[in-house]
Design a binder for this molecule. Structure first.
Ligand code: CP
Length: 534
């Protein structure tokens, strides 16, 4: 019978799904298990085993894998569990079945933990929600757990766990600081994307990004690293990196992911690979005690960590790969409810922010001081005035955005107009005003839509020449429930081209962008609306 603790039944879709303290707890357990396995200490090993032949662990790999798939399979066998594998080539995926229907079906066959690799980003997050409803409807004994074993260019959280464990092993278990060079295909490499939040386990983080511009780290992850307080530097090649003195003692290589590259980049693959391949002549430039890591595989003909380095003290990648099985055994123990009772939560679990962002202003208090309309706009007798639009942007940007607001808010057919107004005190500052005589009052859902397309604006409801109601709109913490919105990432499970029926959901980041709840791609609020389905 399983224990119920804070880990039981959770999913791991992105590395942030485990807090820093939870990961530290996991690493402490991995250390104990690793030692026990090295010493063949069966008594300790048994403390980690789920030891239930009916406990279903299902592997679904829709992209190739050796390490992740086989280390999880070995980890699942360690647990004496029921281990299954979906053969995707002959599954009903090929008859157009959705992810939700497929995994609901497998959940119903007494399976509890699913390990999924797919090129579709955000699959596990979607299934976590969708399959819990199925479990509830069908009174299954537990909602299923999903472990992301790598989703497209998004994240690879279990690789991140084993990477962090290996860095800590080489850091004498100190979490004080890390200086890490990320080298290679930082654009397509999901293992380096997980580092943007993963490295937060270290108190001070210096990251050097080494990649030619074609393979550079996407803005989403650069933004997140900055938000997390990492010190960042960028170099286009190893050669350029070695021309300066502040060189990292840990290097993390990733392979050029040819299978994800377009023709334009593929034509230059030899030149690009050379910029991220370690060469013999660099040996004299690196620091003593440097360690190299690699999630692997490396290419047999063109490895970026050449094989002459295998038998040198630089080699951290072989132990890193071996650690994968220990980490995955303990992860299954935790999520399967076998261990974790000893963990004392030291932080509140993050709840989705539900703060108010539409504020009704006391009209009586402001009316004498504010005019109903600004310069150039004729007062209207009844209708709507949306004011303070895109304050601070250029007049042409404001005009463009007002056209978008009008279309998004279904105001194109109404009479009225748009106006760009200069600030009274700061004559170089502009704002937009949309006025629509006789337009009807907005519903609560329309107010939310206005806040999402024009945060910072005010909405005046005019009746008989007076402001009857006034609302101030702030940036919403989440944007969802609008059928015409979608993430702009075509590989995302919520993109309409995937036809999985996943509604768009964005959450506000600290720097006031909106991250897709599935694939993590960040958008400005304008980008979200520009790409909407008409
Ligand atoms: N590191 C990693 O994910 O390797 P595989 O693709 O072989 O699973």
């Amino acid at each position: 019978m399983e224990n119920q603790n804070v880990f039981t039944g959770r999913s791991l879709c992105v590395i942030e799904d485990l807090s820093i303290a939870e990961r530290e707890y996991l690493f402490t357990e991995v250390r104990k298990l690793k030692q026990a396995m090295e010493e063949n200490n069966l008594e300790v090993m048994d403390q980690y085993r789920i030891d239930d032949k009916d406990f279903g662990i299902y592997e679904v790999f829709l992209e190739d894998s050796t390490r992740t798939k086989e280390s999880f399979k070995n980890a699942a066998n360690f647990h004496h569990a029921k281990v299954s594998e979906l053969n995707s080539d002959s599954s009903s995926f090929n008859k157009g079945e959705s992810f939700a229907d497929t995994f609901n079906t497998l959940s119903g066959y007494s399976n509890t933990i699913f390990i999924i690799r797919s090129k579709i980003e955000g699959v596990c997050r979607w299934l976590e929600d969708e399959c819990s409803l199925y479990a509830e409807r069908n009174k299954l004994w537990r909602k299923p757990t999903f472990i992301n074993a790598g989703d497209g260019k998004h994240e690879h959280p279990t690789q991140e766990l084993l990477d962090e464990f290996t860095f800590l092993e080489d850091n004498n278990w100190s979490t004080d600081s890390i200086h890490l060079a990320l080298v290679g295909d930082l654009y397509h490499g999901r293992t380096v994307h997980s580092k943007a939040d993963g490295l937060k386990i270290f108190k001070s983080v210096q990251v050097d990004l080494i990649a030619p511009p074609e393979l550079a780290m996407p803005e989403t992850y650069i933004g997140r690293m900055k938000e997390n307080g990492f010190q960042l530097r960028m170099f286009s090649s190893i050669e350029e990196y070695l021309q300066q003195a502040d060189i990292a003692d840990k290097w993390y290589f990733t392979r050029p992911q040819l299978e994800r590259m377009g023709d334009r980049i593929l034509q230059r693959q030899d030149e690009l690979r050379s910029m991220i391949t370690f060469k013999k002549e660099y040996m004299t430039k690196i620091k003593e005690h440097t360690k190299f890591y690699h999630p692997l595989p490396r290419h047999k003909v063109t490895p970026t960590i050449p094989t002459f380095l295998d038998d040198t003290p630089l080699n951290g990648w072989e132990r890193q790969s071996i650690n994968g099985m220990y980490v995955r055994i303990v992860l299954l123990s935790l999520l399967g409810g076998k261990i974790g009772n000893g963990y004392v939560p030291c932080e509140e679990r993050k709840e989705t922010e539900r703060a108010e962002y539409i504020f009704e202003v006391d009209v009586a208090a402001v009316q004498p001081k504010e005019k109903v309309v600004s310069e150039g706009v004729h007062p209207i007798h009844d209708g709507l005035v949306i004011d303070h639009i895109c304050r601070g942007d250029s007049p042409s940007e404001i005009r463009d955005h007002m056209r978008l607001i009008s279309s998004v808010m279904n105001l194109d057919e109404s009479k009225g107009g748009e106006w760009v107004s200069r600030g009274h005190s700061d004559r170089d500052s502009f704002k937009g005003i949309i006025f629509r005589p006789n337009a009807k009052e907005l519903s609560r859902k329309e107010l939310k839509r206005l806040a999402a397309v024009s945060p910072g604006c005010t909405l005046n409801i005019i009746k008989d020449g007076k402001v009857e109601k006034k609302y101030r709109m702030e940036m919403p913490p989440r944007i969802y429930n609008f059928d015409d919105l979608s993430c702009t990432n075509e590989a995302c499970i919520s993109h309409p081209s995937q036809a999985e029926g996943v509604p768009a959901l964005f959450t506000r980041t600290k720097d006031n962008k909106f991250a897709c709840a599935y694939c993590g791609k960040t958008h400005s609020f304008k980008e979200i609306w520009k790409s909407r389905k008409k």
